[in-house]
Design a protein around this ligand. Structure first.
Ligand SMILES: C[S@@+](CC[C@H](N)C(=O)[O-])C[C@H]1O[C@@H](n2cnc3c(N)ncnc32)[C@H](O)[C@@H]1O
Length: 278
């Protein structure tokens, strides 16, 4: 009752859950989870994080609604958030990585704004930076790379497989390129970059389930990575990293939380099993 007076329309916290390791949660995110009346969470969120919410909090898994088209599913999620907010609840909308990095957080914030439901953003650690870091790949490094470009490898709905990118500009950048959602479209991405002049021998890596105990790192070259990923039958979620700093992974494998296994280009991978399922 008191809360309804303070927040008659509730409060939706768009919270970044971090890249996968449940310890990579911010203190602010933890605080919001502990106070939540409801948690609405995505597929890539570490399920251990839900234990931080009160046992009586409502839990909604919106990562899997079979048989629904993507955009249809998003509008249902927006409606759910609006409904929960209008009933006066403190809602944690928990999203993998950072909500505003390819997380549709902006779309949800717009829908809430239009419905007059108060919301806030609690940024999270994005896999765009954390997955390469956990694999020993600095996305910038003095003398190697002075910039990093983060792009989607997934075509926008209704768009061509080129995801609406200016591939000439992407290929021309001298810094590190990081593609999220890159596995499905890997061949196309690599082909376009090679066509636009990137070098076949340039270091490239795929980091799957970065920061988690299932982390797998495939280091290769731009010219070879498609074949290597295919042989491994590497599945999402993974980030594709391209650029000279990838070569540092060989010397910078972090101790303690190292990858489940590192597959180097020179390794004989013919006997390896397929790399898990998404
Ligand atoms: C819909 S996007 C969400 C990105 C998220 N908002 C973020 O900031 O990390 C999902 C993509 O993020 C990447 N991703 C998320 N978690 C990952 C992880 N632990 N390791 C590697 N890639 C990950 C994959 O490319 C996956 O297809």
């Amino acid at each position: 009752m008191i809360r309804k007076l303070l927040h008659p329309a509730g409060l939706i916290s768009l919270v970044g859950a971090g890249p996968g390791d449940p310890e990579l949660l911010t203190l602010k995110a933890l605080k919001r989870l502990k106070q939540a009346d409801a948690v609405v969470y995505d597929r890539l969120v570490a399920k251990e994080l839900l234990d931080h919410a009160p046992s009586c909090a409502l839990r909604y898994d919106v990562g899997k609604i079979p048989g629904h088209h993507r955009s249809g599913r998003q509008s249902e999620i927006n409606e759910l958030l609006i409904r929960l907010g209008q009933s006066g609840m403190r809602v944690v909308r928990l999203k993998g990585g950072d909500p505003f990095v390819f997380g549709r957080g902006g779309e949800e914030a717009l829908a809430l704004t239009e419905a007059g439901v108060p919301w806030e953003i609690v940024p999270g650690i994005s896999s765009a930076f954390a997955a390469p870091a956990a694999a020993g790949i600095p996305v910038t490094h003095r003398g190697f790379s002075g910039s990093v470009t983060v792009a989607t490898g997934h075509p926008q709905s209704g768009a061509h497989a080129d995801a609406g990118h200016d591939w000439t500009a992407l290929a021309r950048t001298r810094g590190t390129l990081v593609f999220l959602m890159a596995v499905e479209n890997l061949e196309f991405i690599v082909q376009r970059l090679l066509e636009e002049g990137r070098d076949h021998g340039e270091p490239a890596a795929l980091v799957r389930w970065g920061t988690t105990t299932q982390q797998t790192v495939l280091t290769s070259t731009l010219g070879e990575i498609v074949t290597r990923a295919r042989v491994l039958r590497l599945l999402p979620p993974a980030v594709l990293v391209i650029g000279p700093t990838v070569a540092l992974a060989h010397d910078l494998t972090p101790s303690g939380s190292g990858p489940a296994y590192l597959v180097e280009d020179s390794a004989d991978i013919s006997g390896l099993a397929a790399v898990g399922s998404a």
